[in-house]
Ligand binder design. Structure first.
Ligand code: HMG
Ligand code: MG
Length: 314
């Protein structure tokens, strides 16, 4: 089954899907996933046509034990895929993480800031203001080394400890990451509480501050089932990069109530229905997520993965 195509005037003709399954997807898993399985996941995502596959995080292994094998994973991928693996983005919070990425000759790192004090404390072990003191020297060195730096902002819509998050506060944190040299901002709805009007207001507030939709990506977790509606609002506001996780895996171990990311397959189905190009192969994705569900021992939460897997067995 394929979606029927009904284009909607005024939406972008093409978008970039930034795949976070191997990082955001696996960082929250209870089970320890073997490194070769992670490598195979990355290879399959690349083979499915994903233009950007965030592979892992160079964070403190005690903080995220699920990704403690980051160096081993990336070394294996670089040995096997060479420069293609060096293009895979990885999360890096500080100088120590950057050293680890530089050792392997990686070219794309992503720093992750919090829009709230509570989450900065829990996720980065420092306050809203002092997170920038940790990021600044790291970004200087990364840019000096010719790397590209993506800047995430977490808790852009709501925070489990602080409630609603002021749009102006999110814009300020985003602006500071851009001032430090980030090339793109990914606005995270870490706990999935955002709704369409809020997305429009946030993208509009960035625009009013001189940061247009071409510099933004949207990163939705699907906790309340709003992710695709929010993508629609983002498309209407002109944003053309969307983060998604194959099979809908995901969550943040330091964000109470964060569940899976928007599933890449659900996003692809939605975009295909609108006739918006993205370059990914839906059946290869569904096969990959079916395989990963077997590795994890539970079905994918993605509606599209389940529906298409069911079709395939009919
Ligand atoms: P800290 O304890 O404050 O670090 O943690 P520190 O600088 O005080 O250093 C303490 C020790 O850790 C030192 O070792 C360092 O070398 C070592 P010692 O001298 O004691 O032997 N260390 C490291 N080791 C390896 N790699 C590193 C590293 N840094 C320090 N990079 C830190 C601060 C930021 C490191 C810690 O809080 C941390 O690792 N946090 C990561 C949390 C995380 O990964 N969360 C999930 C990702 S964010 C997310 O999911 C949201 C997102 O998806 C968007 C959204 O949904 O909103 C992106
Ligand atoms: Mg996330």
């Amino acid at each position: 089954m394929l979606p029927m195509v009904w284009p909607e005037p005024g939406l972008p003709e093409q978008v970039t899907i930034y795949e976070v399954g191997a990082r955001d997807g696996l960082q929250n898993e209870q089970a320890q996933i073997p490194t070769p399985t992670k490598a195979e996941f990355v290879r399959r995502l690349l083979a499915a046509g994903a233009p950007a596959v965030e592979a892992t995080s160079f964070v403190h292994p005690k903080w995220v034990p699920q990704l403690a094998d980051a160096a081993e994973l990336m070394t294996g991928l670089v040995d096997e895929l060479g420069d293609r693996a060096r293009e895979l983005p990885v999360l890096v919070p500080n100088d120590r993480g950057l050293d680890r990425a530089l050792d392997l000759g990686l070219r794309h790192v992503a720093v992750f800031a919090s829009a709230t004090e509570s989450f900065a404390q829990r996720n980065l072990n420092r306050g809203l203001e002092s997170q920038f003191e940790m990021f600044a020297p790291m970004l200087d060195r990364a840019l000096e080394a010719g790397m590209d730096v993506r800047g995430y902002v977490s808790m852009c819509f709501g925070d489990p400890w602080e409630g609603a998050v002021d749009v102006a506060q999110v814009v300020e944190v985003g602006q500071r990451l851009l001032d430090l040299g980030a090339t793109q901002l990914s606005l995270g709805d870490t706990i999935g509480v955002g709704t369409a009007g809020h997305v429009r207001a946030l993208v509009g507030a960035f625009d009013d501050a001189g940061i247009g939709p071409e510099r933004l990506a949207l990163h939705f977790h699907d906790t309340y089932g709003q992710a695709l509606t929010n993508v629609h609002a983002g498309l209407q506001a002109g944003v053309t990069t969307y983060d998604a996780s194959a099979g809908g895996l995901g969550g943040c171990p330091y964000a109470k109530s964060a569940t899976g990311n928007l599933a890449t397959e659900d996003l692809v189905w939605f975009l295909d229905g609108l006739g918006i190009r993205h370059g990914l192969d839906l059946s290869a994705l569904v096969e990959t997520s079916g395989w990963m569900a077997e590795q994890l021992g539970r079905p994918s939460p993605s509606a599209v993965v389940r529906a298409l897997a069911h079709d395939a067995t009919e």
